[in-house]
Design a protein. Sequence first.
Length: 597
Amino acid sequence: MFFTCCTLEYGGFLTCVSGSLILRNMSGMIPQNLRQLLAATRLMTGSQLDELLAAPRVAGESLVTALVKSGAVAEEKILEELAKVLHLSYTRITDKEIDTAARTKVPTKVVFQHNIMPMRAENGTLVIAANDPFNLAMIESVRLVTKCRVQLALSLEADIAKALKRYYGVGAETLDELIQKNVLDLDAPQQITKEDLESGDQEASVVKFVNQIIWEAFKERATDIHLEPMENDLRIRYRVDGVLHQTPVPAQLKRFQAAIISRIKVMSNMDIAERRLPQDGRINVRSGGEEIDVRVSTIPTAYGESVSLRLLTRSSISLGLEHLGLSHDDEKIVRKLVELPHGIILVTGPTGSGKSTSLYAFLSTINSIDQRIITIEDPIEYELPGVNQMHVKPDIGLTFASGLRHILRQDPDVIMVGEVRDRETADIAIRAALTGHLVFSTLHTNDAAGAVTRLIDMGIEPFLVSSSVEALIAQRLVRTICKACKEEYRPEVEFLKEIGFPEKEIGFAKFYRGRGCEECRFTGYKGRTGIYEILVMHDNLRPLVIERTSSNAIKVAACANGMKTLRDDGWVKVKAGITTVEEVGRVTQEDEDLTLS
């Protein structure tokens, strides 16, 4: 069915001439034709229809949306039946259906104003995906700007939103407003000042775009946002579940690079005029009653300042050992370790492996009225009630080492040091452990045994390491299989052998993967969990440390005592259907040959 360009006012109703459909009652009464049309779908009884049509609606809300919100009918079902009654098509919008020429015909402003997706142009007729077949104003608006006849294809609201994001990019309508208003001096983008951003329409539009970027990242569960200037583009990438994904953005985004970066610097209290030096700042955002702490970092690059935003939310950290992904046996070991009266427990792994989350979970487990806990961090990522937390400030001389030295005068029972970065910090932490304090900290090493040699390389005497360190915990984060599209499958035997899966278990182990769906952005993964390698410093290991034995030999001895390596723990989670073989192989390196030469 084609909607024509004509409209008539008839009996107080706006009607569509070609289909003789009464679409709207200007006096507020429900037109009989509309009731008959909905009744023809046979999805609701007469009394249900009368009740739903008589109910008040939010201004601007479509009838389809109101029906779906009422719970009387599913969106997909009502659209399918309306398509049949109105002789329209129903579509789920695929890439094959989208034609570039059709998109260029409709202005961005009109597309986002009416929430439609231009799909294709055929013989002077423009096919558009829409969610509301009764929106005559939308049809007339598209006809006027394109000079084409308009044919509707009904589609889910979520499908239209995803298509708009994919083909127009995040914040496309906002940038379109900026271009239409011509509020930026595009020939001299470097002359934008803080005062410029804080006045007029320019500020409103730029603020709106930055907010959209942060909000979109939050919805996608991203932990980081990277704005990266290229020669002819401003690339925006989100890190979701530890993997970077490029975000579709409008083609003209590069033109507004300076204004967008300046806005972020204003929000994070940075020097807007300083573009030659790296800067750090933070933004506090509230969304849906939830607080988001955004840490901002800028560095100068060849094509402008590169900006990274780390998103930290109060709900994203699970303050409990049961939420870390520890196996039952490992959780028992950790619970015993965190209740020790003194000693050092080090958590190791690369940046972004969840070390800080583990430390907060340890502290939360032992946090009580009879424990005085003091931390020194860079920065304080999450506030723990009842814990005294201190932020390092190197510019005024408050470093990990100096702060730790003063903490020892505060009568602490438990100390948490964000990171052991140098010999001075390590030396003070070890001496604190030897004088009756329980110390938690992190170290950047690939495995647990490597932390021993790292401390010795820093200049710490082996006998001090041996007597103070109680445990070393290495960890990684692996993506978990999406529950919505999880399926059992059988990987190639040769692949399993090549990646190091235990050969004796290949025959009877079950393997799972995610097919890929809307829930997981077609990656097959949603969420992350930890895999762990816990090296407890037993008495038979201490002599090896004193003798400066290699980390490989220490690892062999620890495995003989029952330690599981990172990969061992990863295979346990593979067999449990939590993650995949490929994911464990991606985040862990091949274990060293555990045979002594």
